[in-house]
Every structure is written in structure tokens, then in C-alpha cells.
Design a protein around this ligand. Structure first.
Ligand SMILES: Nc1ncnc2c1ncn2[C@@H]1O[C@H](COP(=O)(O)OP(=O)(O)OP(=O)(O)O)[C@@H](O)[C@H]1O
Ligand SMILES: [Mg+2]
Length: 275
């Protein structure tokens, strides 16, 4: 399905910067993109040029079952966005609890978005486990786990490989095939960073979707409220992000291919349940 979900067991690794950068790169590659911000930090809007005082949002109003089409914002960066919306801790916890009780609050509009085959949805999520991630991951075509090239991140590789971080046991292994890793902030002048990146690349093989160098232009891009590809198109980081966007497009199942219907069961699984 044309849903790219940015996630990580760790915070502060570059999920939101990469969500904005990949959305821009995918749009430059000719795809129509809608970014869905599922993180109460409500930060994607800043990367795409909306004013900091702009408090409107979609996710924050999920319990009202808002019309997602009406909530779409055309950002100055030229990318359509459903912002999370402004909230405080109490509001974020209330929204998370409502989503936990009724995952359809998010799953239903998401399925409607995904029914449009011309659209790629890029979703940014909060660090670690979240209700949003548990709804998004099963519907995603690609789940991109962002890590840094350091010891703390490489220690999380077994959790990512086993699927534990996406859900215990079999759910994680079911989602495993669409889970790719991106290493961010790889510092070519740091022995440790290069050693970590080489180790992860050798270990993950094709499940490493790519790496993004540490580049001050990424931080500057946010200060200028632009995705990296718009702020500094010829920077190394912008080229790294464009390469990852190309990998995502290759890995994303084609939108026209409908999921195969499950084979009919030879005998009823639950004979005591009558339809
Ligand atoms: N490749 C990079 N080079 C240099 N700085 C980077 C790079 N990627 C991200 N940063 C910087 O790292 C910081 C964290 O980035 P970002 O907010 O995107 O991370 P995050 O994973 O979304 O964080 P959170 O877990 O809080 O949502 C920001 O200051 C950003 O500018
Ligand atoms: Mg973030």
C-alpha cells in the first residue's frame, strides 16, 4: 500500500527531518504526496513552512471523526500536510487513549486515503511505541526505522530485526518483510560512526534502505522551514535523501496491485459463530 511510515525505537534520530525530506524527494520524483503527522510535537508543519502559530490539525481532532480531505493544508514547501495540531500533554494523552479504545478513528480515514492510488502517504510518528504506529504499520507498504550510526542505535538492531519493536512475536515477524532501516547522521570524519555504519550495512544487507550523512544543512533547513531538498538541493544530505526515496519507491508495492483475497478455508474455523 502506498503508505511510508517513519518510525524509530529512539527519539531525536531524524524521523521528522527525513519525513519532510522524503516527502519532498518523492514529490520531485513525480508522485503526489500527503504527509500525515501523528506526533503530538506537531513539528512536520515547521519543516514544510507553516507558521509556528498555526495550530490547526487533524490528529488532535480524531475523536470528532474529522473530514481528512477538509483538513489538508497546502504548505509553502508545496507539499500537502495533515498536521497533528496543537495540543498539551493532557490532550495528547486523551487522544492516545481514544485511539487505543477505537483504532478505527485513525484506520478508517487512513484506508480512505490509501484508496487513492495516485497518492503516497508519508507518516511521521512519535519515538518508540505508539497507538498511531500500531494502526499505521499493518497498513504500510514500507516501514522505515531511523537509527543513528552509534552504539546505542546499533544495540537496537536485534529488536528491529526480530520485529519486537513493532509488536510482540508474530505481529512483528509478519510486518518484518516491509521493515527497512535508515542510518542518519553518519559522520564520515568519525571512526566510530563509519565503523557502526559499516557493521550495520554488513549485517542488514538489503534491509538497509540507505544512509544520510551528518550535514549541518539539515538543521539549517529546519531553521529556514524547508525540507532539505528544497533548502540545499545539491547538498550531500539532499542527495542521500533522494537516493532513499528512490529505494522506497522500488520497495513500495505498486498501488494498482490489490491484496490477494485469502484462500477459502476448507472447513469453518469458528463453527459456533453464525453469520
Ligand atoms: N542528517 C542530519 N545531519 C545533521 N543534523 C540532523 C540530521 N538529521 C537530523 N538532524 C537534526 O537532529 C535533530 C533531531 O531531528 P528530528 O527532529 O528530525 O528527529 P526526530 O527523530 O523526529 O525527533 P523526535 O524523536 O523528537 O520526534 C534536529 O535538530 C535536526 O535538525
Ligand atoms: Mg520527530
Amino acid at each position: 500500500m502506498p503508505l511510508l511510515c517513519l518510525t524509530s525505537p529512539k527519539g531525536g534520530v531524524g524521523k521528522t527531518s527525513l519525513a519532510a525530506g522524503l516527502a519532498y524527494a518523492l514529490q520531485r520524483a513525480g508522485r503526489q504526496v500527503l504527509v500525515l503527522d501523528c506526533d503530538p510535537q506537531n513539528a512536520v508543519r515547521l519543516h514544510l513552512g507553516l507558521p509556528i502559530a498555526d495550530s490547526a490539525g487533524f490528529f488532535v481532532r480524531l475523536q470528532d471523526r474529522p473530514d481528512w480531505r477538509a483538513g489538508i493544508r497546502q504548505t509553502p514547501a508545496g507539499i500537502a500536510l495533515l498536521p497533528y495540531g496543537e495540543t498539551d500533554m493532557r490532550g495528547a494523552l486523551a487522544t492516545a487513549a481514544q485511539l487505543e479504545r477505537d483504532p478505527e478513528l485513525l484506520a478508517a480515514p487512513l484506508r480512505a486515503m490509501l484508496a487513492d492510488p495516485s497518492l503516497i502517504i508519508v507518516a511521521d510518528t512519535p519515538p518508540g511505541a505508539s497507538g498511531a504506529l500500531s494502526v499505521l504499520a499493518p497498513l504500510a507498504g514500507v516501514v522505515l526505522a531511523v537509527l543513528l550510526a552509534d552504539a546505542a542505535s546499533t544495540a537496537l538492531i536485534p529488536d528491529i530485526e526480530s520485529g519486537r519493536f513493532l509488536g510482540r512475536g508474530t505481529l512483528g515477524s509478519l510486518l518484518g518483510p516491509k521493515l527497512l532501516v535508515v542510518l542518519n547522521q553518519v559522520d564520515r570524519h568519525s571512526r566510530l560512526s563509519i565503523a557502526a555504519a559499516e557493521g550495520v550495512a554488513a549485517h542488514l544487507g538489503p534491509r538497509l534502505a540507505g544512509a544520510v550523512c551528518r550535514d549541518e544543512q539539515v538543521a539549517e533547513a529546519l531553521a529556514c522551514q524547508k525540507p532539505i531538498g528544497l533548502h540545499a538541493p545539491s547538498s550531500t544530505a539532499a542527495r542521500d535523501v533522494a537516493d532513499i526515496a528512490a529505494t522506497v519507491l522500488r520497495e513500495m508495492p505498486p498501488p494498482s496491485v490489490a491484496a490477494p483475497a485469502p484462500a477459502p478455508l476448507s472447513s469453518p474455523l469458528f463453527p459456533w459463530v453464525r453469520s
